[in-house]
Design a protein around this ligand. Structure first.
Ligand code: SF4
Length: 703
């Protein structure tokens, strides 16, 4: 057999780089960047270029369904029929006894769009509960609300090609040099060619992104809204605001302006920990920009006031008229490869497909009619953290977890772990035995991984890619969508008799007809033959839409963009005190992905940062008697972590940083950052407050 080439997309971050995977005669996979892909033009970062190791190494894979009849028994191999019979029997009996809201599904931004769509149709349409949420709740739900408030819909206005057209970038709460590397490389290439390009970075850490910036505002965590208000005030005072755009294309400006003008710049500078001169410099760079882009990620979203941070930032783009024109606009970066696809199919507890809202009775009926069911429950669904609280309280009895590892990624992870242990029935559908969550499975289902199934994904810039299947999954692993369809069949639900994944996609595309995200003219053939498309795609010859709102008609009823007055100015998560004097922020490192079930098995990726660590400023370390490499204990009111200290001037005094990737190691959970994190969530987006937990740090002394 000759080698074959498969066009696909990287399964890690939301940049969505194109990959050519080559499978040789021995079924060995190798990868290279797709030179013709509009996103990466052949480039791959360290994670993407090592993706073949993950595909080739099946040593940790779950190969067959495993099941136990009682919690005291070990898991045993069973066939698929037995596994799905049991799943259907247990879910039916729990629903009959306790009602539909006693079960829930927790899915992932790594699911393909077809999988996401079917999971939501199954749960919201047929199981009659809205308890389906996604781990994307943990990373970008605040951005979803921010866009809806500003533009009337969850619509990312611009595309990566705008990077090469912009001259001023404000990167805030993001470290694309590590977390969206190919995007950052495009920005760096643009800077090299165009010396006029300026980059402002707002971050409490001097990350690799901040280190290359023209201006780094090393902000005190939690004070972002105040800083954006201060910038806005000086923009207005210096006449940099775009009065024509504001007058003709926005609403609620006067209310916003009243709040902004009441801001004391001196006070803001003090609270944000930023010199006045830097605020002035940032204002001049923004004010003189011809193309102004804001890029942000978890640093804004993962906050008790994440929505306010989003809207306050988007307001800066509206204020300066930098929306709907080349090289301009607000641009949230998604962390996962298909977080955006999930948003499109209503993959969150409060959403319905095609950007409809669960709380809207008309929207519920429209979707119910489309699916051929009487109704969709009006009960609000439980979000990610709420589902685990419901397991803890006994309100929810069973959970089905797909392609995510919540025991490492959820806040207050020990509590989440205790909650999962209380569940009557846990289904885990995953690829790897290494995922900590598999330990609690009563039913463990082997899922196909990257390159082992077909489907579509949407990246951060609304770009839809088709992912072809290149290899067969190992053992009896099945595509996630096939597992869900088998379950639907066992539940005797009609409406799941698809002959192919393509049929599912067709159904979803049909649903988008005449909406703002219309892709009803898109299909697998076009995606395979013509490449990727950015929605909307308004006819059979339409090439897709790189930039929204060029006509300045926004998706609000008035067609005007909305200035939103943030409800809160400063974080509501408390202030450092004698007991917990440090602010802990958690995040990613360059070569690891999420909970390391994939990147953790690639030895060359482990060389970058082989062990977990705490970043601490030298002044703080000195005060605490901590030396480089010392074991330190980090304590919050929720738990404890013990890792080595990494003393660095790159982190602001009073702030410490832990990577979020490590879970259980050598049977201890002491390197799991989320032992510490608080359970506060944004009141609107319900996104957790990962970037602000009060902690104490001490040198560990062995008893
Ligand atoms: Fe994959 Fe993101 Fe790296 Fe591109 S930038 S290769 S999508 S991890």
């Amino acid at each position: 057999m000759q080698s074959t080439e498969t066009k696909t997309t990287c399964s890690y971050c939301g940049v969505g780089c194109g990959i050519i995977a080559t499978t040789d005669a021995k079924n060995y996979v190798s990868v290279r960047g797709d030179e013709n892909h509009p996103v990466n033009k052949g480039m791959l970062c360290s994670k993407g270029m090592n993706l073949h190791y993950v595909a080739n190494d099946t040593s940790d894979r779950i190969l067959y369904p495993e099941m136990r009849w009682s919690k005291s028994q070990p898991l045993q191999l069973v066939d698929w029929d037995t596994a799905m019979d049991r799943a259907a029997a247990v879910f039916s009996s729990i629903i009959k006894k306790y009602g539909p809201d006693s079960v829930g599904f927790y899915v992932s931004g790594q699911c393909l769009t077809e999988e996401y769509y079917i999971a939501n149709k199954l749960v919201k349409g047929f199981l009659k509960t809205n308890n389906i949420d996604t781990n994307s709740r943990l990373c970008m739900s605040s951005a979803v609300v921010g866009y809806k408030k500003a533009f009337g819909e969850d619509a990312v206005p611009i595309s990566y090609d705008d990077i090469e057209l912009a001259d001023t970038f404000l990167i805030t709460g993001a470290n694309p040099a590590w977390c969206h590397p190919i995007l950052f490389r495009r920005l760096e290439n643009h800077r090299e060619k165009n010396k006029k390009v300026k980059v402002i970075v707002i971050d409490p850490r001097k990350t690799d992104t901040a280190a290359t910036a023209d201006l780094h505002l090393q902000i005190t965590p939690g004070t972002d809204v105040l800083l954006y208000h201060a910038l806005a005030k000086r923009i207005i005072e210096k006449g940099y605001n775009d009065s024509h755009f504001i007058k003709n294309h926005t609403q609620n400006y006067e209310a916003y302006k009243a709040i902004i003008m009441a801001t004391s710049i001196e006070n803001a500078a003090k609270i944000c920990g930023i010199p006045m001169i830097q605020i002035e410099q940032a204002v001049d760079l923004i004010g003189k920009a011809e193309g102004f882009m804001t890029l942000w990620a978890m640093g804004l979203n993962q906050s008790a006031i994440g929505v306010d941070k989003n809207t306050a930032l988007i307001n800066l783009s509206l204020l300066t008229g930098h929306v709907g024109k080349p090289g301009s606009g607000p641009f949230s970066l998604t962390g996962q490869p298909n977080a955006m696809g999930g948003r499109e199919v209503g993959g969150m507890a409060n959403l319905l497909a095609v950007h409809k809202d669960l709380a809207n009775p008309e929207h519920r009926q429209e979707v119910a009619d489309f699916w051929g069911v009487d109704s969709i429950s009006p009960n609000p669904g439980l979000t990610a953290t709420e589902m685990f609280e419901a397991l803890d309280s006994g309100k929810m009895k069973a959970i089905w977890i797909i392609c995510t590892n919540p025991l490492v990624s959820l806040p207050n992870a020990r509590k989440a772990e205790a909650a999962l242990a209380k569940a009557k029935f846990v289904v885990v559908q995953d690829i790897s035995h290494k995922a900590e969550t598999t330990k609690y499975a009563d039913l463990l289902l082997p899922a196909a991984g990257w390159l082992e199934k077909e489907g579509t994904m949407t990246n951060s810039e609304r770009r839809i890619s088709y992912l072809a299947k290149g290899i067969n999954p190992p053992g009896e692993a099945l595509a996630d969508v096939d597992i869900l369809l088998r379950f639907a069949k066992k539940m005797k639900f009609s409406g799941f008799d698809y002959n192919s994944t393509e049929e599912i996609y067709k159904e979803f595309c049909h649903m988008t007809r005449d909406t703002n995200m219309d892709i009803s003219f898109l299909n697998y053939d076009r995606l395979k033959n013509e490449g990727t498309f950015q929605w909307p795609v308004s006819d059979y010859r339409h090439p897709g839409t790189p930039r929204l709102f060029e006509d300045k008609k926004f998706f609000t009823p008035s067609q005007k963009a909305n200035f939103t007055v943030p409800a809160a100015i400063e974080n509501t998560s408390g202030q450092p005190n004698d007991e917990f004097p440090f602010i802990l922020t958690t995040g990613r490192i360059r070569d690891q992905w999420h909970t390391m079930t994939k990147t953790g098995k690639v030895s060359r990726l482990m060389t970058h940062k082989p062990t977990p660590f705490l970043e601490i400023n030298p002044i703080d370390a000195y005060k605490k008697g901590i030396k480089e490499g010392d074991l330190v204990e980090i304590a919050s009111k929720n738990g404890l972590v013990r890792v080595k200290a990494n003393i660095t001037t790159t982190i602001k005094e009073g702030v410490v940083f832990l990577p979020m990737h490590w879970g259980r190691q050598l049977n201890t959970d002491l390197s799991r950052a989320n032992n510490l994190t608080n359970t506060i969530v944004d009141p609107v987006s319900k996104e957790p407050d990962f970037k602000f937990t009060l902690v104490a740090v001490t040198k560990y002394v062995k008893p």
